[in-house]
Design a protein around this ligand. Structure first.
Ligand code: FES
Length: 177
C-alpha cells in the first residue's frame, strides 16, 4: 500500500507581532472568537480505517503551528490511494468535514451535491486550521476565507490558496485519489 501523499505545506512564516496579540486577545484561536460564523458541525464518527479520535486539548498552545481550536477530529492512519476517507453523506452539502489523515489535517467539502473537493486544512497565512463555515472555508485566527470548491482565497490576510488533496466519489464514499 502506498502511503498517503498530502502535499507539504510551505514553511510557516513567523507571526507578525500584531497577529500574536490578536490571537492572545481572542483568548484562543477558537471559532467562539468569531460568533458570526456559521460553523458546520465536525462529524465525530470514524470510518473503518480509523484508529482513534485525536484529543484536541492543548492544541491552541500551538496556534501558529496548526491550531485545532481544541476540537476532536476523526483520525485516519495508513491511508493509501483508493481508501475511503468518509461517507459522502457525512460531508454536508455546501459544508465540509474536517479530519486528520496520517497526521495532516484535511478538510473535505461538498460544494454542490455529489461534487467533492479536499484541501490541506493548514491556513497558508500562519498555520491555523481552516474549517468549514456556512458558506465556505474559513480560518479562525485572522479571518481568511477560502472557496470550498477551489481553495482560492476569498478574503485575506492569506494570499495563497489552500493546497488541494485529491479525492473523488466512489459509490457512497469519498475516497483518496
Ligand atoms: S492563520 Fe491567519 S488567517 Fe489563518
Amino acid at each position: 500500500m502506498e502511503p498517503l501523499r498530502v502535499p507539504q505545506v510551505e514553511s510557516l512564516r513567523p507571526p507578525h507581532p500584531q497577529d500574536t496579540a490578536l490571537l492572545r486577545s481572542a483568548g484562543s484561536c477558537s471559532f467562539e472568537a468569531l460568533p458570526s460564523w456559521k460553523m458546520q458541525a465536525v462529524h465525530p464518527c470514524v470510518s473503518r480505517r480509523s484508529l482513534l479520535i485525536a484529543g484536541g486539548a492543548g492544541l491552541c498552545a500551538l496556534a501558529l503551528a496548526g491550531c485545532g481550536g481544541g476540537i476532536d477530529l476523526p483520525e485516519l492512519t495508513g491511508v493509501a490511494s483508493g481508501d475511503v476517507l468518509v461517507a459522502l453523506a457525512d460531508v454536508p452539502v455546501e459544508g465540509g468535514y474536517l479530519l486528520e489523515v496520517d497526521g495532516r489535517r484535511v478538510v473535505i467539502t461538498q460544494p454542490s451535491a455529489g461534487t467533492v473537493a479536499a484541501f490541506d486544512a493548514t491556513c497558508p497565512h500562519a498555520g491555523c486550521t481552516v474549517r468549514p463555515t456556512g458558506d465556505g472555508l474559513g480560518c479562525p485566527c485572522h479571518g481568511s476565507a477560502f472557496d470550498p470548491a477551489t481553495g482560492e482565497v476569498r478574503e485575506g490576510p492569506a494570499t495563497s490558496p489552500l493546497i488541494p488533496v485529491g479525492v473523488t466519489v466512489r459509490g457512497n464514499d469519498v475516497v483518496l485519489v
